[in-house]
Design a protein around this ligand. Structure first.
Ligand SMILES: *[C@@H]1O[C@H](CO)[C@@H](O)[C@H](O)[C@H]1NC(C)=O
Length: 149
């Protein structure tokens, strides 16, 4: 009699594949999106509340309070285009956006103590500086990285 894979083995294989899909690490481009891009058309107008909400929601308070992080508001395609037509090469793989974007900068306050991360937020419109790989943004840099000499 031919031996066939039992349901137990199939289930094991299925669970293994499901686990592997879940454990797949995000790509640098995916990480950039999670940490720095907010495509919501409307967002919490109070920048302090916005930061406290978003830093938590985007998993930047999981093992420590990330001290400084910026969220760029806009459509993803507009941010990605900085790596090509909508950006100006600065140095290395850094590109400076030709147009300003609304940005919320989030910074921990002195009262912030993990796991209770407390942020102060500030909104501004500014050109943004990103590092690109394969025409995709993978790193957000302080604007000074791109505006300096
Ligand atoms: C945050 O982490 C949880 C648990 O690992 C995950 O399910 C969720 O998708 C993550 N959220 C984001 C925005 O990546």
């Amino acid at each position: 009699m031919k031996k066939r894979m039992g349901p137990g083995l199939l289930l094991l294989i299925f669970l293994l594949l499901a686990y592997m899909a879940m454990a797949r690490r995000e790509t640098p481009y995916e990480k950039f999106q999670r940490q720095h891009v907010d495509t919501s058309r409307s967002w919490e107008p109070d920048p302090n509340r916005y930061c406290n909400l978003m830093m938590l929601r985007r998993n930047m308070t999981v093992s420590s309070c990330k001290e400084l992080n910026s969220f760029v508001h806009g459509v993803l395609a507009g941010v990605v285009a900085i790596c090509s037509s909508e950006g100006t090469w600065h140095h290395g793989n850094f590109y400076y956006s030709n147009s300003p974007f609304p940005v919320t900068d989030c910074q921990t306050t002195g009262a912030s103590l993990w796991p209770r991360c407390i942020y102060r937020g500030a909104v501004s419109h500014k050109r943004i500086c990103v590092a690109c790989t394969n025409e995709q943004p993978v790193h957000y840099a302080l604007p000074s990285v791109c505006s300096g000499p």
